[in-house]
Design a protein around this ligand. Structure first.
Ligand SMILES: [Zn+2]
Length: 136
């Protein structure tokens, strides 16, 4: 059995909305209620205008690989094989660190178009991962 026991996310008061959306199969981000700037990871105050008005925006889940690595040492906890860890630049302008699944490291490249999927964690929560677009 090679199924990963992906670790659960660390849920805080600021990011709970993000993980609750993942459990519903939705990718969202915090957006400033005053100036509209996205802020990811979520934070109490807008980094652009310092407003504390926060709203949640649903994202397309589509974007491209900005950069990526395969962390081999030390072996990542909860993975049968080292995952592809990538910085994903979403079409809305938000960047987030995630995994690319279903793409061999030899086939990885910056600019690869990807879309979100969700994978279960050891404790029954869900985290976003990304797959190459057009590969099912
Ligand atoms: Zn703002």
């Amino acid at each position: 059995m090679t199924a990963a026991a992906r670790p659960d996310p660390i849920v805080t008061a600021d990011n709970a909305f993000f993980w609750e959306a993942c459990a519903r199969g939705e990718l969202v981000a915090q957006r400033c209620g005053a100036c509209g700037a996205f802020a990811h990871p979520p934070r109490p105050m807008c980094p652009r205008c310092h407003s504390t008005q926060r709203e949640v925006a649903r994202l397309s889940g589509r974007g491209e690989v900005w950069s990526w690595i395969v962390p081999r040492h030390p072996a990542p906890i909860g993975f049968a094989e080292a995952p592809v860890v990538a910085l994903i630049a979403l079409d809305e302008g938000v960047r987030l660190v995630s995994n690319v699944v279903g793409v061999a490291p030899e086939a990885m490249r910056n600019g690869l178009r990807v879309e979100v999927a969700f994978e279960a964690t050891a404790g029954g929560k869900a985290v976003p991962v990304f797959r190459a677009m057009g590969r099912g």
